[in-house]
Each structure stands twice: as structure tokens, then as C-alpha cells.
Design a protein around this ligand. Structure first.
Ligand code: UDP
Ligand code: MG
Length: 174
């Protein structure tokens, strides 16, 4: 039997941003993502509070576009106050999804990538690029823990602990 390099199994957070949902691109985006042959191990449609949007993009808080970016992720620019969050899991998940997503700037993105196909730059100058994808394992861990609880995910990705509140026991990130 041939001995290959050890598999680098990773998880990555993918968001279909409100413009993707408003433009009815959910099915198209999921179809494109299925090219990666990765497994979806968690998915939900959710309201995005200001707190969640700010925390998600906190490393960009000094950028001039930060306030517009927060409003964008909350859906306030599209009258669609929701996003679809998913965890994709499998070999080289982070790089595979990023490659398919394409460059941050939709005008610079490969035209066959998701962002190249469906993104645009608004007159405000904001990149509406229809999806988010984690860039590295540390970012993926921070983001997955932000958007999902342990029991929302069908595989065990990170350590958890059990807490009891008002006689109810639940599992949270350790
Ligand atoms: N963004 C923007 N203008 C910029 C850089 C980023 O509007 O000059 C937005 C864009 O929607 C991007 C998000 O901010 O997806 C997060 O930026 P980041 O640099 O993390 O790019 P990404 O990881 O999404 O490719
Ligand atoms: Mg990023």
C-alpha cells in the first residue's frame, strides 16, 4: 500500500452573508462549495446581533469601513437580517474553501470563484463578497466557537466542559 503524507483534517467557518441570501444564491453557493468534497458538520440560519458582528470582525475595528461592515453582516444594508453559518470539515478545509471563495476584493477575485462570480463593490466602497471563510486554524477556532455551541456540531472539534445552570446541564466550550 502506498504511504501518503498524513492528512491535514481541518474545520472552517463559512458564512453566507446577507447579500448572498438576498440574491437567492444559497443553493448556488452550496453547490460550488460541494466541489471541495468537504463535509458540512454544522449549519444554521441566524439573526446577527451587533455584538456578534462586532466580535466576528473585531480585528478590523480600526478600518474606515468597519461600521459599514458590521451593518452589512447584520443584514441592515440588504433588509435581510440573517446569515447562514456552517462548519466545513475535512482535508485542508481552510485552503480549499478560501480558494473557491476567491480574493477579498470581488473585482480582483478569479471570475470563476464564488466572490468573482457573485460579489460586487458598493458605491460606499464596501466589498459585498457574499461569503466569509476562515483564513487559518486559529481564526477558525475563534469563529466556530463564536457562532456555534458544541452540541450544534456533529463532530467533536474542541474541548468542552459541562455546566449546570438552574438544574439544567449543558455543554459549553472549555
Ligand atoms: N472588506 C471591505 N474592504 C476592504 C477589506 C475588507 O469591504 O478593503 C470587507 C469584505 O466584506 C471582507 C471583510 O471586510 O470580506 C473582512 O475582511 P478580511 O480582510 O478579513 O477579508 P476576507 O477574510 O473576508 O477575505
Ligand atoms: Mg478575514
Amino acid at each position: 500500500m502506498a504511504v501518503g503524507a498524513p492528512k491535514n483534517i481541518q474545520q472552517t467557518l463559512v458564512l453566507i452573508k446577507p447579500d448572498g441570501l438576498k440574491k437567492s444564491l444559497t443553493g448556488n453557493i452550496l453547490t460550488r462549495l460541494s466541489e471541495t468534497k468537504l463535509e458540512i458538520v454544522a449549519a444554521r440560519i441566524t439573526r446577527v446581533s451587533r455584538e456578534l458582528a462586532v466580535e466576528h470582525y473585531k480585528f478590523l475595528q480600526d478600518k474606515p469601513f468597519f461600521e459599514d461592515l458590521v451593518k452589512y453582516l447584520q443584514g441592515e444594508l440588504h433588509d435581510r437580517r440573517k446569515a447562514m453559518a456552517m462548519v466545513y470539515w475535512g482535508e485542508e478545509a481552510i485552503a480549499r474553501v478560501r480558494k473557491l471563495a476567491g480574493a477579498t476584493n470581488p473585482e480582483e477575485a478569479d471570475p470563476t470563484s464564488i466572490r468573482g462570480s457573485y460579489g460586487r463593490i458598493t458605491t460606499l466602497g464596501l466589498y459585498e463578497n457574499v461569503i466569509h471563510a476562515s483564513t487559518n486554524p486559529e481564526e477558525a477556532e475563534r469563529e466556530i466557537k463564536l457562532w456555534f455551541s458544541p452540541d450544534d456540531i456533529i463532530v467533536d472539534l474542541y474541548p468542552t466542559k459541562t455546566i449546570t445552570l438552574n438544574h439544567t446541564t449543558s455543554r459549553v466550550w472549555a
